[in-house]
Design a protein. Structure first.
Length: 202
């Protein structure tokens, strides 16, 4: 269903607040003021602030977007090589997306702070990210509990390295302020995935 102009303004307001002030300022009154509309409309269109943020997440959260982009392709691939390649693509795109998306960085940093009470966003990400994981496990056609943990650790590592190097360029002696470090990071992800699936699928 096409969004009304006011709904678009409210969603845009969320992004503007996150980018300029962070999540600490997020609230019904602040969003309504930024969107120049009555706060009642947040409840009418989205059921409240949590619903508004969940809708915003559908357009800005990587794994929500990734599920819609890659789920159909994952169902159709057959070869080990294709499974490895698609998993590499998703993880590498996660890295690039997070590095260039300040809104997503602020969202993850806020959640990690332990202060986040916006469960709608977290639920939306978990729902879509896990659906993509389930498609992968179905494709593997075997007990995939270990795979789930391996992928979880890779996803979490990508998130943490990006967030940790926003202000502190050195991480474990690696200078992430230079492009070469990120290229090495990408190559390491490719190798991890290749070794992981080569061992699982052999």
């Amino acid at each position: 269903m096409e969004l009304r102009n006011t709904e678009k303004r409210l969603l845009a307001a969320v992004g503007e607040i996150i980018e300029n002030e962070g999540f600490i300022k997020m609230g019904v009154n602040r969003v309504a003021r930024q969107a120049k509309c009555d706060k009642v409309l947040i409840y009418r269109y989205f059921g409240g602030l949590d619903g508004l943020l969940a809708t915003w997440a559908k357009e800005n959260d990587f794994y929500t977007l990734a599920y819609h982009t890659y789920s159909e392709r994952l169902v159709t691939i057959e070869s080990t090589r294709d499974i490895i390649e698609l998993t590499q693509i998703v993880l590498l795109e996660q890295l690039d997306f997070l590095r260039t998306n300040k809104l997503m960085q602020e969202l993850l940093a806020w959640e990690l702070s332990g202060n986040s009470s916006f469960r709608g966003i977290q639920n939306e990400r978990e729902k879509n990210g896990f659906k993509l994981q389930e498609e992968l496990e179905r494709k593997l056609g075997k007990d995939s509990k270990d795979v789930r943990m391996y992928i979880t650790l890779l996803v979490a590592s990508i998130n943490y390295v990006v967030l940790a190097t926003r202000q502190y360029r050195l991480f474990n002696g690696i200078d992430f302020s230079v492009p070469e470090a990120w290229e090495l990071c990408k190559e390491s992800i490719r190798r991890y995935v290749h070794v992981l699936f080569e061992n699982i699928l052999k």
